[in-house]
Ligand binder design. Structure first.
Ligand SMILES: O=C(O)C(=O)C[C@]1(C(=O)O)C=C[C@@H](O)C=C1
Length: 361
């Protein structure tokens, strides 16, 4: 390195070393304090949950508001997610279930949301993710609920209705699909494998670039990568991380038809999240199949000044054109206006289920 540059860098790097030592001291101070919080919770009740999603959101939002830069707001969120993950890990190891294997987008969402100081439990299906949370073998799970190109993830919607887990958070990620093989080219490849949603999100690109190669759906993209790693006739569509995990070479990057392709994931668990100050409530409603019933069903939201942010229908499978409506509203179920609207809905709907109130991302 150039002598004059080095002369400038040496004192600056010494300063960085001093700052890092101070940060380390403060981090350990924070970790000890979090351990005391853990002890207090445990002393109060043996099963007091260590994870408090509303508190974690409040900590991050308060720091983002206080932040005067140049540290970017997104960096504040990812740094403190990891700090709180490590502190939480000292209180108790959090087991997170998600659709595996390693390298899946669900794993990425789980780590981004809960940080890396967790124990991961990759599962072979969404049903298993829910089952793990319900049985207690995982405290929390991460499941995709909607994609900006392909819409709702129907199995997740059905499992939310059938199981009794709560939604405790949401996390949306940009989905960048890559085509990958063992060799890094498509010589000898006879099949492209991926999760059906990923095949759908890349169909335009596949039609244009590999129209004659067969497409085969598998349980997850990371599973496609795992299969491609053992069979040179298979190309997988998955994330960059999956290519690294399974030792594959990327043939083409960013092959999704929509460059803004995003998937929203839900964090699920068996705990009630308290108001964080900026929350959402998700519920499922159904009314009898009569003219005007849906219109009437939604009236309690507007009369109580509650904003609806999502409305999705799912056939009730009665063969009678009846539907379950998945509704998201702004606010927490303990907020007075939301509480009033929910009480009115409960009184008038044929089916009513609160899936949870949780901090908005
Ligand atoms: O405040 C708490 O309840 C804590 O346990 C501390 C802490 C943190 O590190 O700030 C850790 C875990 C919880 O999910 C929330 C916050």
């Amino acid at each position: 390195m150039d002598e004059s540059l080095l002369a400038k860098l040496i004192p600056l790097r010494e300063r960085i070393d001093q700052i890092d030592a101070q940060i380390l001291d403060l981090l350990n101070h924070r970790a000890l304090t979090a351990q005391q919080v853990g002890d207090a919770k445990h002393a109060h009740h043996e099963h007091s949950p260590v994870l408090r999603p509303e508190r974690e959101s409040q900590v991050i939002r308060a720091l983002q508001e206080k932040n005067s830069g140049p540290m970017p707001s997104g960096a504040i969120s990812s740094i403190w997610t990891e700090i709180m993950s490590a502190c939480r890990g000292l209180e108790q190891a959090l087991v997170v279930s998600y659709l595996g294997p390693a390298g899946s987008f669900s794993e990425q969402a789980a780590f981004e949301h809960f940080g890396h100081s967790v124990s991961s439990l990759p599962c072979p299906s969404f049903d298993e993710v829910f089952r793990a949370v319900q049985s207690g073998s995982a405290q929390v799970g991460m499941v995709p609920v909607e994609n900006s190109t392909e819409g709702a993830v129907n199995r997740t919607l059905d499992l939310l209705r059938e199981s009794n887990v709560d939604i405790i958070g949401e996390h949306s990620i940009l989905i960048r699909h890559c085509l990958m093989t063992r060799s890094g080219n498509m010589d000898g490849v006879t099949k492209v494998m991926a999760h059906p949603q990923a095949l759908a999100q890349c169909q335009g690109w596949l039609n244009a670039h590999h129209p004659s190669i067969a497409r085969e759906p598998v349980s997850s993209n990371a599973e496609a990568a795992r299969l491609a790693a053992i069979d040179p006739t298979i190309a997988g569509i998955a994330s960059d991380a999956a290519a690294q995990t399974w030792g594959l070479q990327v043939v083409s990057q960013g092959i999704q038809d929509d460059p803004h392709n995003r998937t929203r994931f839900l964090a699920i668990g068996q705990l009630k999240t308290l108001p964080s100050g900026r929350d959402k409530t998700s519920l499922i409603l159904a009314v009898s199949n009569e003219a005007g019933a849906v219109y009437k069903m939604l009236a309690p939201f507007s009369t109580n000044g509650v904003s609806m942010t999502r409305f999705e229908s799912r056939p009730a499978r009665t063969g009678d054109w009846e539907y379950y409506f998945y509704v998201d509203v702004e606010g927490h179920q303990l907020d007075p206006s939301v509480k009033r609207a929910l009480a009115e809905l409960k009184a008038q709907c044929a089916f009513f289920k609160i899936l949870g109130s949780y901090p908005c991302q």
